[in-house]
Design a binder for this molecule. Structure first.
Ligand code: TPP
Ligand code: MG
Length: 347
């Protein structure tokens, strides 16, 4: 799909009905509404540091909707759209960004692992989970996300190497948003593309327009079909971080605003909206109704999360599926000291 929302009919995946395209646009709009709310909550002191995904919605929604039921995903800290498209309860997502342990308890049916902040550390986890799928013969794939900056980490190369050697059902998605905080893509690697890094590992590679949700969907769909036949791949989705790295960052200190203007014209949401309006299946009224529904769902999630009463013991109990002796001792010590059991206002 080009920047005017015109699709190449020969390449267009036939299974993408108008309804599925409307779902794609809806999730992209939902994700952007979530980002706007999170930025506002953070500025009000009601959420912790947050990494918005504005501009990257096509990469996230296209890939999430290409997954089959039961496929698993391993995010970094920016794949909010993937969580939404996989049915993440909003209150749980908010709990994470408010700094609560319980925000990492992803319901099983979402099929996702918790947000991961140490750059690229999620990739070896993804490889291990993919190996488990192969071993257990579940027939499911694992989709693991990493940023352009993350592709410079050893974990990235080690994961690709492992994937190739072990022939595991893994799809690595590089969400190349052109920036790793203040480091531009041009300083990140001398490689012409980030996808080509996978060639040496002997896995399949592909570079995709990450602002074309249909292209991303198609590429990930095919990659998953390969993955479940034990052909792993790495897919570079070329997109753009239209906003700040996180709420602790000010991109005007290091980024030419003219660059942002160029990418605004490639906004992935505008592109799909143009297609759907031209098809006669989307209009201003539908968009206004959708915005109202998202606002309600988001506000309900915030309200529920803000009513949450934390149990400080979760710092200890949420770490392992069982309680190791060393943690039990620390928990006992904390309990004996009594300080952490006090709730706000109890003095
Ligand atoms: C191992 C590690 N090193 C450094 C950091 C600090 N840090 C957080 S995000 C980030 C940049 C990541 O860039 P990229 O992989 O392109 O992902 P993006 O933030 O653009 O989505 C860095 C250096 C970290 N979280 N973990
Ligand atoms: Mg980046």
């Amino acid at each position: 799909m080009d920047e005017n929302g015109v699709v190449d009919q020969e390449l267009f995946p036939k299974e993408l009905t108008d309804q599925k395209l409307v779902d794609m646009l809806s999730y992209m709009l939902f994700t952007r509404a979530l980002d706007a709310k999170m930025l506002s909550l953070q500025r009000q002191g009601r959420a912790a540091t947050y990494a918005p995904s504005i501009g990257e919605e096509a990469t996230q929604i296209g890939s999430a909707l290409a997954m089959n039921q039961g496929d698993l995903f391993v995010p970094n800290f920016r794949q909010h759209g993937v969580y939404l498209a996989r049915g993440m309860p909003l209150d749980v997502l908010f709990l994470y960004w408010k700094g609560y342990e319980e925000g990492g308890a992803i319901p099983k049916e979402v099929g996702g692992f918790p947000y991961i902040v140490p750059v690229a550390s999620q990739l070896p986890h993804g490889a291990g989970i993919a190996l488990a799928q192969k071993y257990l013969k579940t027939g499911k794939a694992v989709v693991a996300y990493v940023g352009d900056g993350g592709t410079s980490e050893g974990n990235f190369y080690e994961t690709m190497n492992f994937a190739g050697v072990m022939a595991i059902p893994l799809v690595i998605i590089i969400e190349n948003n052109q920036w790793a905080i203040s480091v531009p893509r041009s300083s990140q690697s001398a490689a012409q593309t980030l996808a080509q890094k996978g060639i040496a590992a002997g896995i399949k590679v592909l570079q995709v327009d990450g602002n074309d949700v249909i292209a991303v969907y198609k590429a990930v769909h095919e990659a998953i079909n390969d993955a479940v036949n034990n052909v792993p791949s790495v897919l570079e989705c070329v997109t753009y971080r239209m906003s700040m790295h996180t709420t602790a960052d000010d991109p005007t200190k290091y980024r030419d605003p003219a660059e942002v203007e160029i990418w605004k014209k490639r906004d992935p949401i505008d592109r799909l909206r143009k297609l759907l309006v031209a098809k006669g299946v989307w209009d201003d009224k539908k968009e206004a109704d959708a915005a109202e529904e998202f606002k309600k769902r988001i506000d309900d999630g915030v309200e529920k999360a803000e009513k949450f009463v934390p149990n400080p013991e979760s710092m200890f109990t949420n770490v392992y599926s069982y309680m190791p002796q060393v943690l039990q001792e620390e928990l006992d010590e904390a309990k004996a000291s009594g300080f952490y059991m006090k709730q706000e206002g109890e003095g």
